[in-house]
Design a binder for this molecule. Structure first.
Ligand code: PEP
Length: 264
């Protein structure tokens, strides 16, 4: 039984005040509302993880505002070097110190807006796995890659490049993969349940071929791309989808709560 994950990627949204308010409201929901209590108890018993990924400057506000371990914090990015002349970058030990459990690596905006290549993402993945921070590694095809029938080829390239030097144990226990078709991110065009499941099943089959049954069975795979309360239950109930990475709909605490509710 793989632990589900509902993760909110806030991108360039939510300053410190908004972060504090969000965390306080979410924790009040966990404490006071029946659906929130159910989610909190699922989190306490290891059935689900609830993660928010604020911008770097709001991470400390999230850590300070939360009163329990129900909410985990992720960074939206990280650099593989530990220190030095790398203006604008943040290291893994800095994320550890700030209280991050996870770091998102290779989000489609990092790949396509900031042009981070596969080789750079492999370095980030390896460095993250050598730290106390765990990776949420994103993969996904562009619309033209999908239209030309190359979805699986793209997923295989992105994953094989990133995890070629990893071991079965590490992949099964520490890695989370997020399948996020680029054409679905922020567009309102969610992948159908069947298409999302097909891609996640394919990712699991790649893990099986390279790392064997134990690692592929325990590897957590999320879907992301225009998830909202209306479609989260059916996406989340697919065999190979172990949770959701949510952008826009994670910014309002009410819609994030509704999505959590559909996953527990
Ligand atoms: C994302 O940013 O990872 C994402 C999936 O965004 P959205 O839910 O807004 O499509």
């Amino acid at each position: 039984m793989r632990m589900k994950m509902i993760a909110g990627n806030w991108k360039l949204n939510n300053n410190q005040a908004a972060t504090r308010t969000f965390v306080q409201n979410l924790e009040s929901w966990f404490a006071a509302e029946p659906a929130g209590k159910k989610a909190a108890s699922a989190a306490a018993s290891g059935k689900i993880e609830i993660v928010i990924a604020p911008p770097f400057t709001s991470i400390e506000a999230a850590r300070a505002a939360k009163k329990s371990e129900i909410i985990q914090i992720a960074a939206q990015n990280v650099y593989h070097e530990s220190k030095g002349a790398f203006t604008g970058e943040v290291s893994l030990s800095m994320l550890e110190e700030a209280g991050c459990k996870y770091a998102i690596i290779g989000h489609s905006e990092r790949r396509h807006v900031f042009h981070e290549p596969d080789e750079a993402l492999e370095k980030k993945l390896i460095a993250t796995l050598e730290s106390q921070v765990l990776p949420i590694f994103c993969v996904g095809e562009l619309l033209e890659e999908r239209s030309s029938g190359n979805t699986e080829k793209v997923l295989a390239r992105q994953l094989e490049s990133a995890w070629k030097s990893l071991t079965s144990d590490v992949v099964g226990k520490m890695v989370v993969i997020a399948y996020e078709p680029v054409w679905a991110i922020g567009t309102g065009q969610t992948a159908s349940d069947a298409d999302a499941e097909k891609a996640c099943d394919y990712i699991r089959s790649l893990a099986f071929e390279k790392f064997g049954i134990a690692a592929s069975d325990s590897l957590r795979i999320l879907y992301g791309g225009s998830v909202k309360p209306e479609n989260s239950a059916s996406l989340c109930s697919q065999n190979d989808i172990d949770g959701l990475l949510i952008g826009g709909a994670s910014l309002e605490v009410e819609s994030f709560e509704k999505i959590i509710e559909t996953a527990v």
